[in-house]
Write a protein that binds this ligand. Structure first.
Ligand code: MTE
Length: 322
């Protein structure tokens, strides 16, 4: 029998369960844990409302683990940022599904590596040993958040396959260019294609992930088909979608949002409730899809993944390196 110890960032049960059943059961268990029947007699109004809405009371000891309840599929796939297909949250679901076909798709691994290569997506996934599931918090720099059950593979596996040379210190990720089908790319001021970067040690952290699916289904176009980066301790803009090239370099890649607004967006983009965006607070976040009682919840340092990633930034001034 194959017994495996869950990692400390893992949610015990998730998207493998039907979404509706999962949500229902979780809510029932949550109420049971709190020791209340349906009348909710033992809870104050605030606690009861929080539980009924499927979100925990801040004062409850289950917080924040209980908040890792996956956001409903329809919210994850219809409230998006994907500027190649427009700037509105509801643009990508429409325009990324009109004419743009991210299949077949080739991704290139290049730069300071011993094994440069071009792979068809399915071949790459097979070579890396298939896909696994990760339920992660997803926190946008705009101060909204979700919880997403991703499918995909650890980025560290791809790094090992590429076999970086000793001079390689960073990874530069590049998204596709297709102004004919990606209407947003017809506005050239953005400076397409979208580019992101990671330090090599960030890329090999156990949390760094390349997603190929959501809720056990192929990743929808609007979420970055067929391959997108997921770094849950960083703001969502680091999670570059629809990657065509991963280049290993010895210098810091100039990422799109930092190039566009260097005073507002940096290279690191680590979630940090103590360092505000110049135009808004980062201390709390609006929970997407949580229902009318969900409201806002406090933002956690490194989005709740401090234990896994804090060591990467030891000695770094996070106020300057935002
Ligand atoms: N990747 C590309 N290529 N283009 C984009 O506009 N937007 C980023 C990131 N990746 C973006 C991108 C931003 S700002 C966020 S918050 C996340 O994607 C949103 O991911 P989601 O739509 O799956 O929630």
């Amino acid at each position: 029998m194959n017994i495996r110890t869950p990692k400390d960032w893992e949610l015990p049960e998730s998207a493998v369960t039907d979404e509706a059943i999962y949500r229902l059961r979780n809510r029932r268990d949550f109420l049971k844990t709190l020791g209340v029947g349906l009348t909710g007699a033992a809870l104050g109004t605030r606690g009861l409302l929080a539980a009924a809405a499927g979100f925990p009371d801040k004062e409850n000891p289950l917080y924040p683990a209980a908040s890792l309840k996956p956001t409903a599929y329809n919210f994850i796939t219809s409230y998006n940022n994907f500027y190649e297909f427009g700037t509105g949250k509801d643009d990508p679901v429409v325009y990324a599904n009109k004419g743009w076909k991210p299949d077949p798709w080739t991704v290139e691994i290049a730069g300071l590596v011993r094994a440069p290569a071009k792979f068809a997506v399915n071949d790459l996934v097979a070579k890396l040993g298939g896909i696994e599931q990760r339920v992660y918090r997803h926190r946008c720099v705009e101060a909204w958040s979700m919880v997403v059950p991703w499918d995909g593979f650890p980025l560290a596996k791809l790094v090992a396959l590429a076999d970086p040379k000793p001079e390689a210190k960073f990874l530069k990720f590049t998204s596709f260019l297709d102004p004919k089908n990606a209407v947003g790319q017809q506005d050239s001021h953005f400076g397409w294609p979208y580019v992101e970067g990671l330090r090599l040690d960030e890329a090999t952290n156990e949390l760094a992930f390349i997603a190929t699916g959501i809720y056990g289904k192929a990743i929808p176009n609007q979420n970055g088909a067929p391959l997108r980066l997921v770094t849950p301790w960083k703001y969502g803009f680091k999670g570059i979608k629809s990657i065509v090239k991963i280049e290993f370099t010895d210098r810091v890649p100039s990422n799109t949002w930092q190039r566009l607004a260097p005073d507002e967006y940096g290279f690191y983009a680590n979630v940090n409730p103590q360092v505000d965006h110049p135009r808004w607070s980062q201390s709390s976040e609006r929970v997407i899809g949580g229902g009318i009682f969900a409201g806002r919840q406090p933002t956690l340092m490194f989005n709740g993944y401090e234990k896994q990633v804090a060591a990467l930034y030891k000695g770094l001034d996070l106020t300057r390196n935002f």
